[in-house]
Design a protein around this ligand. Structure first.
Ligand SMILES: Nc1nc2c(ncn2[C@@H]2O[C@H](COP(=O)(O)OP(=O)(O)O)[C@@H](O)[C@H]2O)c(=O)[nH]1
Ligand SMILES: [Mg+2]
Length: 695
């Protein structure tokens, strides 16, 4: 079996806010295309995509999931992604390897917070986007309201290619605006669509929306525009051809609709993937970095030298490590030799697989543009590139939030320490937003993730996959320190205790630097007051001093340090001495430079029933929260606020009791802010061990 050519493939990531129906739509596409022989449901835990036991229990996607199938002579690789922000790494990875995104929108709520966030990520990756307005059968679902929310969020080039027939429990089908044809659906079986006349009451509306569609399409071709304005009939293939060019260029965003759980509109979505979205060949070259750091273009040429990018690593306790990858250039073959060009390690490629959820069907080869899986590579992990020695290429790192929710942990049974450490290490291979380390100050083992849910999922996986039970301690707030003004310091380190002495002397000036800089070290030594070979030691001493600030021992961020002068001794000076002097000078200067404590602020989005909004906001105010506004979100009200992380470390049970369990929330790290003075003293006291924190 030869591989599919790059012009016959569609790689599409399903993205959207949690619960908008991505997994259900993924399932319906597989079912309609004949790749799954029943229509599984999220409630029963029977979908191809959510195959992990914890995904089924939580009724929520956690890992990216790929399924490949043939449809209309194409190979379609739809990638289901988690909408929950705790697992954004997988959504980001999917968007990296897709050529287009299917943006799924809840027909009741319209555009939600993470619809916008993920749209932005798709935009940054330069992807074509097509929208599917789902859940039109639900009470209060309104296609046109959702469509308006899409236009107001994403601009005038969002354009309907379909409108629904009927609404809420009475939704029956769709009108295709390109061909002006109507389809109704009965039951959820495969092939449930039947073409009918456009219902009389929808004719005028269909004409109106078709005109809007044609205006947008014509924008993308002068030649078509001219003929369209002259009133000429434009045929299907021509409209679709121009539409696809516009979609590929990110200049037009078609909106389709349906009901995933009733397989309503899925056949038309499959056709839209083929007709409206680009193949890897049409998308063309992607940008990467060459061996010498130069920008290179990687063309989807199946005969070129291999470039395959690994976008997800799964730590399966039985099958070992499984890597999901996309071939960008060349052809990867089963049972071949390859090279991990990111780590400069040879890799033996065993059996390649074509994924369908957790199943891998063996395939002999995968060509440029295609997506597949391979088990048991020795060194390779997500982010790495497989290639040939000659064809080195690297892709930019994914832009992911920092793991700020840090918990210390301990195994429940003594003696399980090694096992626990091995389990978290394996799980952190799967997840670039997980940080596991030993705290240098306290010696505790730390698991840090994006949110509490994120860390809870990891703890549950340690138990279910690796058989280790751990206890989490209350999370600790990752405070930081910085300075607010300039200062100077002069430090001399001198020891004369018989034998060879120690001598180093340096003068520094410090000042606040821009956000995200960390340490900006500037060497302004003129002449040889400090020999060049000792300068790195001074910088190292300063960097070490910055690991523990003078306010409460937290890491110091964003300081510019100029080394302006110093002295040395021909015999007694050493790197060691200059490191100590650098560190002493920094501590002195920091004390004089208006040092402050910074705390992380999270953005909290609470979705709750109207009648508890007052209580929710009152409670957030008492947590030093800064309300950002509220508004209706479908049947619920959404409240947003920026709140210090220290005040919401254990928010879930409190929100549950305020709302009687009817509210939901998510939080994401937003920025660092100065801790109010009266609270700084408390944090300092705790950090110095004078006060015990109670859980
Ligand atoms: N009524 C209705 N329910 C749906 C539809 N699509 C999904 N659901 C339900 O909505 C819930 C969330 O769906 P899911 O596919 O897990 O959403 P995801 O988080 O985007 O993957 C599940 O209980 C689905 O059964 C739909 O079109 N209509
Ligand atoms: Mg899902």
């Amino acid at each position: 079996m030869p591989h599919k050519a790059a012009d016959r493939i569609r790689n599409v990531a399903l993205i959207g806010h949690r619960g908008c129906g991505k997994t259900s739509l993924h399932e319906a596409m597989l079912f309609e295309a004949g790749a799954a022989n029943r229509l599984g449901t999220v409630a029963d835990g029977t979908t191809v995509s959510d195959h992990e036991s914890d995904e089924q229990e939580r009724e929520m996607s956690i890992d990216v999931s790929v399924a490949s199938f043939d449809y209309d002579g194409r190979k379609i690789n739809p990638i289901d992604t988690p909408g929950e922000p705790s697992f954004v790494a997988d959504a980001a990875a999917a968007l990296r390897v897709a050529d287009a995104a299917v943006v799924v929108v809840n027909g009741v709520a319209g555009v939600e917070v993470h619809t916008e966030r993920l749209w932005g990520r798709a935009d940054a990756e330069g992807l074509a986007r097509l929208v599917f307005v789902n859940m039109l059968d639900r009470e209060r679902a309104d296609f046109f309201a959702a469509f308006r929310s899409l236009k107001s969020a994403f601009g005038p080039h969002v354009v309907a290619t379909e409108i629904p027939i009927g609404s809420e429990h009475d939704v029956r089908g769709v009108v295709d605006l390109i061909d002006l044809k109507a389809f109704v659906y009965s039951g959820a079986e495969r092939g449930n669509a039947e073409e009918v006349e456009i219902p009389a009451e929808l004719r005028a509306q269909a004409e109106e929306y078709r005109e809007k569609l044609m205006d947008e399409v014509a924008e993308n071709s002068d030649q078509l525009m001219e003929r369209y304005l002259e009133g000429e009939e434009i045929d299907h293939d021509e409209i679709v051809g121009v539409l696809k060019q516009g979609v590929t260029a990110g200049k037009i965003f078609p909106v389709t609709c349906g009901v995933a759980t009733k397989n309503l509109g899925t056949n038309r979505l499959l056709n839209a993937l083929v007709e409206d979205l680009p193949s890897p060949a049409m998308r063309g070259a992607v940008l990467a970095t060459g061996a010498d750091g130069e920008a290179i273009e990687v063309e989807p040429d199946e005969d070129g030298s291999l470039v395959a990018y690994v976008f997800k690593t799964l730590a399966d306790p039985y099958a070992g490590r499984i890597n999901l990858f996309r071939v960008y250039r060349g052809t990867l073959r089963s049972d071949s030799q390859s090279m991990n060009v990111s780590r400069h390690q040879k890799e033996r490629i065993g059996q390649l697989g074509q994924p369908l959820g957790k199943e891998l069907a063996p395939v002999p080869e995968l060509g440029a543009g295609d997506i597949g899986a391979v088990a048991k590579l020795k060194q390779t992990q997500a982010g790495d590139v497989l290639g040939e020695e000659s064809g080195e290429a690297a892709f930019p790192k994914l832009d992911l939030p920092a793991p700020v929710m840090a918990f210390a942990y301990e195994p429940k049974s003594k003696g399980d320490e090694e096992k626990a450490a091995a389990a978290v290490r394996r799980l952190s291979e799967e997840d670039p937003t997980l940080d596991v380390h030993r705290d240098a100050q306290t010696g505790e083992q730390i698991i840090a993730g994006l949110t509490q849910v994120h860390v809870e999922v990891i703890v549950a996986r340690m138990k279910s996959r690796f058989g280790v039970d751990i206890d989490l301690h209350p999370p600790r707030v990752p405070y930081q320190e910085t300075i607010r003004g300039p200062a100077k310091a002069h430090a001399r380190y001198k020891k004369q205790s018989g034998g060879r002495g120690q001598f180093a002397d340096c003068k520094i000036e410090i000042e606040p630097a821009e956000d995200g800089v960390g340490l900006d070290f500037v060497n302004q030594i003129k002449g040889a007051s400090i020999p060049g070979s000792f300068i790195p030691a001074v910088e190292k001493g300063i960097a070490e001093a910055m690991e523990h600030g003078t306010v409460a021992g937290y890491p110091v961020k964003d300081v510019r340090v100029r080394l302006v002068d110093g002295k040395h001794h021909d015999v007694d000076s050493s790197e060691m001495a200059f490191k100590v002097a650098g560190s002493m000078a920094f501590k002195q200067a920091m004390d004089e430079a208006g040092p402050v404590l910074l705390e992380p602020i999270v953005r909290l989005t609470v979705s709750c029933p109207e009648d508890v909004v007052g209580d929710v906001i009152g409670d957030l105010n008492s947590r030093r929260g800064h309300p950002l506004g509220m508004g209706p979100k479908g049947a619920m009200t959404e409240v947003k606020a920026d709140v210090p992380m220290a005040e919401v470390l254990d928010y879930a049970p409190d929100l549950r009791s305020i709302s009687g369990g009817r509210a939901d929330f998510s939080m994401e790290f937003e920025r660092y802010e100065e801790v109010p003075v009266q609270l700084t003293e408390k944090v300092v006291a705790v950090a110095q061990g004078d006060v015990q924190v109670s859980a």
